[in-house]
Design a binder for this molecule. Sequence first.
Ligand code: ADP
Ligand code: MG
Length: 241
Amino acid sequence: MGSEIALELKKVTKKFKGTNVISEMDLKIKNGEFLVLLGPSGCGKSTTLRMMAGLEKPSDGQIMIAGKDSQKISSVERNIAMVFQDYALYPNMTVYQNLEYALKIHKVEKEERKRRLEKILETLNLAAYRDRLPGQLSGGQKQRVALGRGMAKKSSIFLLDEPLSNIDVQLREKARDEIQNLHEKNQQTIVYVTHDQLEAMALGDRIAIINEGKIQMIDTPDNIYNHPANLFVAQFVGTPQ
Ligand code: ADP
Ligand code: MG
């Protein structure tokens, strides 16, 4: 029987050069939940996501994945995909190879790889760029490759760091729908970082509002908007005063 909590932060603190960037953060994310981390630039969203992915170690506290200490499990057991804010594409691989790489590592069969990737290339309007290298792409195109690469993995936990920020408005809605489709179809647990209130409201089952490394409020979009816990939350989500 699987644990009901997909991901848990227990009093997680992260310091850089002696300064707290995240302070004693507690957070429980349920299996299949779509959680949005919303907050201003510099509040610690990317750092939180990177710790969840196991790319940064907490200075203090613990991160649990499906009930196990994340420091003590392998990356296969962790089964996490992440879309990075700065794309982090492999510069010497084509678009197609970038999308395919993690699937090869995870031993997804060739036919299945092709099936998943053709769909992603089409959904994200990338088919025409499949043989290009990242250096030959615009920022928005690179961001779509980064997003597609995360989608292709169909991991149990999917972490997305501002994945739509550079994508054109028309395609943004399509990409957003596709993220929601994947979430529903594969029952993925999603942690989605944004500084955009409207995007957060549209996507999240719950939203955690973060300021200066602390969760100010965590609740449904409706409760956050209508019953903000404090002035920061009210101002950030634009609740009429
Ligand atoms: P956000 O994603 O919410 O914009 P970040 O998590 O990127 O915020 O950063 C939070 C704070 O931590 C910022 O003040 C940032 O400058 C600092 N920071 C992030 N990464 C590092 C690092 N590797 N070394 C030093 N400071 C860092
Ligand atoms: Mg960030």
